[in-house]
Design a binder for this molecule. Structure first.
Ligand SMILES: C[S@@+](CC[C@H](N)C(=O)[O-])C[C@H]1O[C@@H](n2cnc3c(N)ncnc32)[C@H](O)[C@@H]1O
Length: 228
């Protein structure tokens, strides 16, 4: 499927999910979400959350942080926006419609970039990681939480077999940890500092303090869903 068709189909799927997402996922994802947010806050105040969705994580960030959320789905962002207003989350500086593979931010703008339960949905995860790298400062971290499979996992074959079924309901069952750690190793500028255990995993990739800037693509404007 062409990438543009894939993105349009994701928007349609999440226009429906937006109405029920929190009821299903709020408690289920809270553990890894809190762990990822805590790691992001430890990196510094300027944090980008990609695929922020309905903003389930936003209340977890330290009040001294400056968080920007991006997502493909305006419908999901509208729910996030109501949380920001209703819960007075003044540390959230903006919510923007944006594709993970084409981030409208300047090079090295953030201390941490998180992507929670989104990387497995992106048609070109390596391009998304490359964009996260571009906007991340040296010494900062890319923090991914998702359903991720260990390469040697006992049931890896079963998870692979279930992948088409999982994709049909907007989920992923066969995305391997090594796709993230392999990308990090391939850059020569990242070290993997943490790979969590369990069904949902948090993976932290730290950009070396000595990493030179990545040559950036021009920043594009996101469509602002809130005023920061
Ligand atoms: C499973 S939800 C996760 C939402 C939130 N991160 C959480 O943990 O609750 C996936 C989110 O990723 C967004 N998404 C999917 N593809 C995307 C892309 N290419 N760029 C940005 N966001 C994307 C969807 O719109 C949706 O809001």
């Amino acid at each position: 499927m062409p990438v543009s068709d894939h993105l349009e189909s994701q928007k349609r799927v999440y226009a429906v999910w937006a109405r029920i997402y929190d009821k299903i996922y709020q408690r289920l994802l809270a553990g890894p979400q809190r762990e990822a947010v805590e790691a992001a806050c430890a990196c510094g105040p300027d944090i980008l959350e990609i695929g922020v969705g309905t903003g389930l994580t936003l209340a977890y960030f330290a009040r001294g942080s400056r968080v920007v959320g991006a997502d493909l789905s305006l419908d999901m962002l509208k729910v996030a926006n109501s949380k920001v207003a209703g819960q007075h989350l003044s540390h959230v500086r903006g919510l923007m419609v944006m594709d993970a593979c084409r981030l409208g931010f300047a090079d090295q703008a953030f201390d941490a970039v998180t992507a929670q339960f989104v990387i497995t949905l992106v048609p070109d995860p390596e391009q998304a990681l490359t964009e996260m790298d571009r906007v991340l400062r040296p010494g900062g971290e890319i923090i991914i939480s998702s359903r991720l499979v260990d390469d040697g996992a006992r049931f890896a074959t079963i998870w692979s077999a279930l992948a088409p079924l999982a994709r049909a309901v907007g989920w992923s069952s066969d995305f391997k940890v090594s796709r993230l750690t392999g990308w990090a190793a391939g850059t020569g500028r990242y070290e993997t500092v943490h790979v969590g255990a369990g069904y949902f995993k948090v993976v932290r990739l730290r950009k070396l303090a000595s990493a030179p800037p990545v040559s950036g693509q021009p920043a594009i404007d996101g469509l602002s869903a809130t005023e920061g």
